[in-house]
Design a protein around this ligand. Structure first.
Ligand code: AMP
Ligand code: GLY
Length: 432
């Protein structure tokens, strides 16, 4: 088979790495890819948003399966365009991708199907949004309706902060058209986990759990980022909680989308808050998480290409996934200044030494190959990923590898995985 992966981050590197292990795959392409992906796939210089050019390339090369990494092309209808040209593609249609593309769509869908989520109101008029703030209890969460590259959520402690958030999103349009409407919702408290399911529109199978670390600094302080590290499995999830999430959230989403005439194919990512009242949905994504996928896929023993083909062909019920019981930890190394301004083009050293550490792989995100050097080209630069018999071992190996790598003003959190300890020490047996 010929497989094409679309995207250029750490998520696409781990997808390419896992796809490459499938005996079904003869040729692997990535558009546009990055410095690390270019070592294992043929990178093609087409942007992930250039849908006509991607379709043309896939047709010309007779690609058997295309896998879409990021959300923007999915929300723009890349799957519909590929299918129109009879090309096999793993991901949801434009209609189904609204679960991520519009927060209002997602919230109204959850109300319709009785899926637990924070109470909310939607607004398209600035004055009405501000007026509503007079009757809420703070903190509240103000969200731009559309896609905002993971930055469209502002947690507001008081009226002044919330008013400012509404002005920035709706008047100054800091997230452009994504800010035509806003959602104002109740702020939930608890611990966050991510559950990913693969569906063919009718049936689904669940991937093992993972936990992201969204804030830039240790102990979850500072601004939100795309994710500074992840581990899998997430020991907060007992078998019972996992079942509740499946029955109250995943199953109703797949059934509801099918009944509403927009069956969901591809990856359904449920970002959840485990609250005192049980799991509640913070957001849906319609693609693999980044960096969660870097921590999940090294633990998957099954062939991911078979899984993706089963999603495309309506055969998910035939799939039984197998998992390595070991823990996996991914530590993100970023450019100093991220998630704000940062510099690019810094040479990265120590990659070979880091990769020599047992059970460790370095997934590249914002990197570029320049002659024989690898240089930084983005905010999140590398995902240093290790498997270990227990989470302690995985953490130890990942940080040993991190300590071998260097680039000017490199930054990373020192506490990735630490959250898992408290659950492990509270419980003698962890199942998922
Ligand atoms: P989203 O872009 O919807 O994933 O939100 C990004 C992050 O904002 C989430 O991972 C949470 O940390 C936080 N968040 C979103 N919605 C809420 C909420 N209702 N209560 C508390 N935190 C939230
Ligand atoms: N790590 C969060 C996301 O992929 O949206």
């Amino acid at each position: 088979m010929k497989v094409l992966v679309i995207g250029s981050g750490g998520r696409e590197h781990v997808l390419a790495w896992k796809i490459k292990q499938s005996p079904l795959v003869k040729e692997l392409y990535c558009a546009p890819g990055n410095g690390g992906i270019s070592e294992i796939a043929q990178c093609v210089d087409i942007s992930a948003d250039d849908i006509p050019e991607l379709v043309r390339f896939a047709k010309e090369k007779q690609i058997d399966l295309t896998v879409i990494g990021p959300e923007a092309p999915l929300v723009d209808g890349i799957v519909d365009e590929f299918e129109r040209k009879k090309l096999k593609v793993f991901g949801p249609s434009r209609e189904a991708a609204q679960l991520e593309g519009s927060k209002i769509f997602a919230k109204e869908f959850m109300y319709e199907w009785n899926i637990p989520t924070a109470n909310f109101e939607k607004f398209s008029i600035i004055e009405e949004a501000k007026e509503y703030l007079r009757q809420v209890t703070f903190p509240v969460v103000v969200k731009a309706d559309g896609l905002a590259a993971g930055k469209g959520v502002i947690i507001c402690q008081d009226f002044i902060e919330a008013e400012k958030a509404i002005d920035e999103i709706m008047a100054q349009r800091i997230f452009k058209d994504a800010g035509q409407q806003v959602v104002i919702e109740e702020c939930l408290e608890g611990e966050e986990v991510s559950i990913l399911a693969i569906s063919d529109g009718e049936n689904y199978c669940l991937l093992d759990s993972s936990q992201d670390h969204k804030r830039i600094f240790d102990d979850d302080v500072g601004p939100n980022t795309g994710g500074m590290g992840a581990y899998s499995p997430a020991p907060i999830l007992t078998e019972k909680l996992y079942k509740t999430i499946e029955n109250r959230i995943i199953e109703p989403v797949i059934r509801g989308m099918q009944r509403n005439g927009m069956p969901f194919k591809g990856v359904l990512y449920a970002g959840l808050m485990i609250t005192f009242d049980g799991p509640m949905v913070l957001e849906f994504n319609v693609r693999f998480g980044d960096p969660e996928t870097q921590a999940i896929l090294p633990r998957m023993k099954s062939d991911i290409v078979e899984l993706m083909m089963a999603s495309c062909e309506g055969r998910i019920s035939e799939i039984e996934l197998e998992w390595d019981k070991q823990s996996c930890v991914c530590v993100v190394m970023s450019s100093g200044g991220y998630p704000g301004e940062y510099e690019k083009g810094k040479e990265i050293s120590g990659l070979k030494d880091a990769e020599a550490i047992e059970d460790t792989v370095i997934f590249h995100a914002g990197t570029k190959k320049e002659e024989n050097r690898i240089v930084t080209s983005g905010g999140r630069v590398l995902g240093v990923t290790s498997l270990g018999g227990g989470i302690e071992k995985a953490i130890e190996l990942a940080y040993q590898a991190v300590d071998k790598i260097n680039f000017e003003r490199c930054f990373f959190r020192r506490d990735i995985g630490a959250k898992a300890y408290k659950w492990i020490s509270n419980r003698s047996q962890v199942t998922r």
